[in-house]
Every structure is written in C-alpha cells, then in structure tokens.
Design a protein around this ligand. Structure first.
Ligand SMILES: Nc1ncnc2c1ncn2[C@@H]1O[C@H](COP(=O)(O)OP(=O)(O)OP(=O)(O)O)[C@@H](O)[C@H]1O
Length: 314
C-alpha cells in the first residue's frame, strides 16, 4: 500500500508535485499517468526516498521508505533502467544487491529465470540492449520479493514478447495480493493491464478512478441512433438507468444505459425504422487526452483535432 498525503515538491519556483492525495491499494495494478513533466517521476522518487517532499508525506506499507529495516523486501522499484556498472554481469549486479541486503543467493537465480535473462546473465550488462536492461531492472526490483512493486515506464524498449511478459507479470503480482504501481505513456497498454488509474497534470491530481469509469465518463458507453420516429423511440427506450439526449426536431438521439443490440431489438419490436445505430467507442487514450488537455506542459504544433482528422481518414 502506498499512501500520499498532500505530497508536494518544489524545485525553486517550479512546483513539480502539488498537494497530491492518493492511495495505491494492494491486489490491483494501478496505472500512474500524466503528460510529460506532470510530476510522475518526482512522485515515484519521493516514494522511495530519493527526493524529500517539500511538504506533505508519502508512506509505503505503513512507513516512510527510509524507516523500513529491509526496504528492498518492502518496495521493489524500477526508476532508471541501466543504472548498472557496465562492466559487471547481470548475475554479479544482482548478487551484489542481494548480498548487501540480506537476500539469499538462490533468489538471484530465481529472478534471473523470472526475467528471462538466463542466457545472458553472465554477460557484461554494458552490452545489454534497452530491453535487456529493462528486464534486469525489473529483476532487481523483484529481488527482495517485495509486497509493493513500483515501475516507471517498464515497457520502454521492450519488444512485443517483452511487453506481453510485463503485462502477465504485473497481473500475476497483483493477483498475489501485492501493490503494483506502474507509470506508462502507452495508453493501449495501460488499458490492458491497469484496473485503477491515478492521473496527474502539472503536479496535481486529475483523476483517481477505474479504467472503466474514465472511459464511461468520456462518453464511452453512448450509442448514437437515428430513427424515423425519435419521439416514439424515446418512449420505448425509457427506463431506469437509461439517459437519452437529442436536439428537438432532429432524428438523432444519443443513448446511454443500453447497448446497440438492445436498442435495435426494441426498435424492431415496435416497428420503428432506424437509419443509424452506432456504439461510440472511446479509447483510454481519448479519455486521457480529454482529461489532460489543459494540463499538458509541452505542446507540440499538431493539435489533437488534426490528429483525429488524420486518423479518421486513414
Ligand atoms: N531536479 C529538478 N530540478 C528542477 N526541476 C525539476 C527537477 N526534477 C523535475 N523537475 C521538473 O518538475 C516537473 C515534473 O517532472 P517529472 O520528471 O516528475 O515529470 P514526469 O511526469 O515524470 O514527466 P515524463 O513523463 O516526461 O517523465 C517538470 O517540469 C520537471 O522539469
């Protein structure tokens, strides 16, 4: 469990993290999202005591990181991959970490196996590809068999097989009851792996929600309908949990609370002709863009609207 209370970090004039309150709970994968410069890495650094908060606090498994007697056995973190002596082998790197933290030697072999590094474990880490370096960083994070695992951009540099491996690993860690906190810019990946999301922008909390709720709030469960007799269709669709909007005089309606299939069946039952029946799918990426549009620190020259137009023509 990670608990942040009014967590704040200022660097001179710059407020990198601004009064964050959130809990990361065990047993689920929690995604940590935000545009570039939103304060994710600074928050993660404060969680493991690499940066001190200007005010507020963050505790892991009930204590400040530095107060844990065996921190590697409490929190495993991947913050910067490849912060490894380039001349040392992966095995020796992990062994040195294990020996200095009271972790048995056999655990080194276990995490090497777990991270799929068996064939390269005796090679110099300096010659590792980005993906191998990520795997080694993850092996190091898991070395202490920690209750809380925190990974900053773990899929960065991994090939498709590696991405799948990470996805399964994160889910398995959460299924074992661990707290899993993971940042990524890859929304499609987050949609597949995370149950819960903490979203920040300009250091502030923008959302603490589930993937499903975020997508739903962005209009992800709306069905667009065009009918010959929209007034009659409104009557037959009305019911608990169903919301229908549409301009008066227009044959188009937007319906939430019913699937396209349910609407089609009801319309057929009452002999109402439909001209359109389209389930609106909103990706996590679109929902994220809607939420963070005003919090993006580094704007490119291409607007979201342009991207969407290009996408729909493709
Ligand atoms: N040591 C520092 N000194 C001054 N400013 C810093 C320092 N570290 C971070 N910042 C600033 O704090 C803000 C938050 O940075 P941070 O790296 O935490 O964001 P992030 O969400 O991890 O970004 P990214 O997605 O690009 O990795 C940025 O504006 C950054 O420039």
């Amino acid at each position: 469990m990670i608990e942040a209370q009014q967590l704040t970090k200022r660097y001179g004039e710059k407020t990198a993290v601004d009064g964050l309150d959130f809990d990361v709970k065990p047993g689920t994968v929690t995604g940590f999202l935000g545009p570039n410069g939103a304060g994710k890495s600074t928050t993660m650094r404060m969680i493991v005591g690499l940066d001190a908060p200007t005010s507020g606090s963050v505790i892991v498994n009930g204590r400040h990181y530095a107060r844990h007697q065996a921190p590697l056995q409490e929190v495993g973190a991947l913050l910067e991959a490849k912060s490894i002596h380039p001349g040392r082998s992966a095995y020796n790197h992990l062994l040195a970490l294990a020996l200095t933290h009271g972790i048995p030697r056999r655990r080194v072999d276990e995490v090497i196996e777990l991270a799929g590094l068996g064939t390269v474990a005796r090679k110099r880490a300096g010659a590792f590809s980005l993906g191998m370096g990520q795997r080694l960083g993850i092996a190091a994070a898991l070395l202490g068999d920690p209750q809380t695992v925190m990974l900053d951009e773990p899929v960065n540099g991994l090939d498709p097989e590696g991405v799948l491996w990470i996805r399964n690993l994160l889910k398995a860690l959460a299924d074992e009851g661990r707290t899993v906190f993971v940042s990524s810019h890859l929304m499609s990946e987050m949609a597949l792996v995370a149950d819960h999301l903490i979203i920040v922008g300009r250091g502030r909390l923008l959302a603490d929600t589930t993937v499903a709720d975020l997508v739903r709030e962005a209009g992800g469960d709306t069905v667009q309908v065009a009918a010959q007799d929209p007034a009659r269709l409104r009557e037959v669709l009305a019911g608990p949990g169903v919301a229908i909007t549409g301009r008066s005089g227009s044959e188009e309606l937007q319906v939430t609370g019913l699937s396209a299939r349910e609407i089609g069946l009801k319309a057929a039952e009452h002999g109402i002709a439909l001209f359109e029946l389209t389930a609106r799918t909103v990706s996590l990426e679109e929902a994220f863009m809607n939420l963070t549009r005003d919090a993006v620190e580094y704007h490119g020259s291409t607007t979201v609207e342009t991207l969407e137009t290009v996408g729909s023509n493709a």
